[in-house]
Design a protein. Structure first.
Length: 202
């Protein structure tokens, strides 16, 4: 059987990956790590500032959290080191628990997004008691609302394990450049890992 050679310039005009030892080089990733925070003791919030810019249109947030008390986990955007706590948060997420019962998380014109309901604390179960993936669309725009897609799972104080999928809008046009996870009313973040990635535009 005869084999034909194909010139690299005929493969879409792009350079081929190179082999360096046991690794391939020259392969670009679709996600670029921007910033993150790791918490291992009681802290008021898991906050990351200056994580959004006009470099990327879409961002991914990978996170997990556990609180010091049985409280609702909350999420906000931030701008220039301060919380964006106007009543512009609107969202809806539907889900199911471990016993096949339907669950919902929703809000209209709120000052933050409630990520599930009443999770266990660090003294009740092993970490984490909630985790998820958020996609933020166009956070640096000064002319459009901010869009948030959400998938998250919570371990609740009644023993339920609940998984949700949904999304929402932050109905404000000014650019946002940071995020904050915290617990409602009283209680701190006991343990958390939050990482922000930019999604390469092309």
């Amino acid at each position: 059987m005869a084999f034909s050679k194909i010139a690299a310039e005929n493969l879409g005009g792009s350079a081929l990956p190179a082999v360096s030892g046991a690794s391939l080089t020259g392969i670009s990733s679709g996600l670029v790590y921007i910033n993150g925070v790791t918490i291992t003791s009681s802290t008021a919030s898991a906050t990351i500032d200056s994580c959004f810019s006009s470099t990327y249109r879409n961002y991914m947030i990978f996170w997990d959290c556990t609180g010091t008390e049985q409280r609702d986990l909350m999420f906000r955007f931030r701008t220039s080191g301060s919380d964006d706590d106007s009543n512009g948060y609107n969202w809806g997420a539907s889900g199911i628990d471990k016993d096949a019962s339907s669950e919902t998380s929703y809000g209209n014109a709120q000052t933050a997004i409630q990520v599930g309901h009443g999770q266990y604390s660090n003294t009740d179960v092993d970490n984490p008691t909630s985790h998820g993936i958020f996609e933020v669309i166009n956070p640096s725009s000064t002319t459009h609302n901010k869009i948030l897609q959400m998938q998250f799972t919570t371990y609740n104080s009644n023993g339920d394990i609940r998984s949700y999928s949904g999304g929402g809008y932050y109905l404000r046009q000014p650019a946002v450049d940071g995020i904050k996870f915290y617990y409602a009313s009283t209680g701190n973040v006991f343990n958390a890992t939050v990482k922000v990635y930019g999604l390469v535009n092309s």
